[in-house]
Design a protein around this ligand. Structure first.
Ligand code: ARG
Length: 363
């Protein structure tokens, strides 16, 4: 595919050769502030107190995360991949979260780019503030390339209803889960909500999950937004803290899926036709205690190791300290891990998959 007639948006899967991508940026990232019951449902307990409005992440972590992202972007450019970066935004000042996790807010399906109708109020302006220049550029692309369709998220007029009936009530025993009246997730189904990171593309089939940020109306809305011929299916997971599917399943290449056996079973995966002939392999992970010199994982579990990004069916981006995982994919599947530092980005809430949006994959 020559650069001149490369489409601006065209990707159907997670493994075909990557040609164009958005790489996030970290400056001015702040702890997202949401209702207490939401933070309790999704974030590691020891860090709950940090999730206050306008509370910046530690400056040295943000600065190092920015260097890691810049280094990653430069590596991709050297590989001949077109890289877009979001606009620099003062997320601390606007009461937002970050520009480092574009996977959560944008998703490519064929020539369509879909914006997440976020559950979280603090993220509702993320695309407008950080990515509207990129969207304008993609939308006004020259006519020789395939036309790009951009689906912006619907505006929420007036009071949001998504947390109605779910706000934490004081409980004598301190167990907030019961405050939700047995309800599984931290949101109701009163309007469509999803984060794009709750979905992954496997050709014409998109596999997603319901979670603490994605509801059934969100799933139906996404199905209505994808181009004709694409189908969205829901995978049953057992993760009660679910938020983003990209530490639960990882397609290494066509036909090979690694999964997190704490959250999903082979039996559930096999129910989806798209995986019928696939090799489905549980990652035999033994989470190690993080050494004291690693920045804290404020927002993620150790399973973030599965948040790798395939550049093609051989090369995969892996955090440089995740040697156990890199050795495993190299020896078992003949992959070629490319290892670079990313621990400070991890500290802000994600790894290579979260920090990117693939715009073009050649297939
Ligand atoms: N919730 C996942 C875990 O803690 C992390 C997912 C991060 N993904 C993302 N797109 N931000 O295991």
């Amino acid at each position: 595919m020559a650069a001149a007639n490369m489409p601006l948006v065209a990707a159907d899967d997670e493994w075909s050769p990557l040609k164009s991508v958005i790489v996030g940026r970290a400056e001015n990232s702040a702890f997202p502030s949401e209702a207490a019951h939401m933070i309790e449902a999704t974030m590691p307990e020891e860090h709950h107190a940090n999730f206050r409005s306008h509370n910046p992440f530690p400056a040295d972590i943000v600065a190092k995360a920015q260097l890691e992202l810049d280094n990653f972007a430069a590596l991709l450019e050297r590989e001949g991949i077109k890289v877009y970066r979001p606009r620099k935004v003062d997320w601390v000042k606007v009461g937002g979260y970050t520009g480092a996790m574009p996977r959560d807010c944008l998703m490519t399906v064929g020539n369509t780019l879909i914006e997440a109708p976020f559950a979280w109020k603090c993220r509702r302006h993320e695309v407008q503030l950080g990515y509207s220049d990129i969207l304008d550029q993609l939308a006004s692309g020259d006519s020789s390339s395939a036309p790009v369709r951009i689906c912006r998220a619907p505006l929420i007029i007036g009071q949001d209803t998504l947390y109605d009936g779910l706000l934490k009530k004081p409980e004598a025993n301190g167990h907030s889960r019961h405050a939700n009246g047995g309800q599984k997730w931290a949101i109701n189904n009163s309007r469509p909500a999803f984060d794009t990171a709750d979905f992954m593309r496997f050709g014409k089939t998109i596999i997603g999950q319901l979670s603490n940020v994605t509801n059934h109306k969100g799933f139906q809305y996404l199905q209505a937004m994808v181009p004709d011929g694409y189908r969205v299916e829901l995978l049953e997971t057992t993760d009660e803290h679910a938020m983003h599917i990209d530490a639960t399943i990882l397609p290494l290449k066509k036909g090979v899926l690694v999964y997190n056996p704490d959250r999903v079973t082979e039996e559930e995966l096999r129910k989806h036709n798209v995986f019928r002939d696939w090799e489905l392999v549980a990652y035999p992970f033994v989470p190690q205690k993080r050494s004291a010199d690693c920045p804290p994982m404020y927002m993620c579990s150790p399973w973030l190791v599965l948040n790798a990004l395939s550049l093609d069916e051989k090369r995969i981006m892996v955090e440089e300290k995740d040697t156990q995982f890199a050795d495993w994919v190299r020896e078992k599947f003949g992959m070629e891990p490319i290892m670079i530092p990313f621990q400070h980005v991890n500290s802000l809430g994600g790894s290579f998959h979260c920090a990117t949006v693939d715009l073009v994959r050649e297939s």
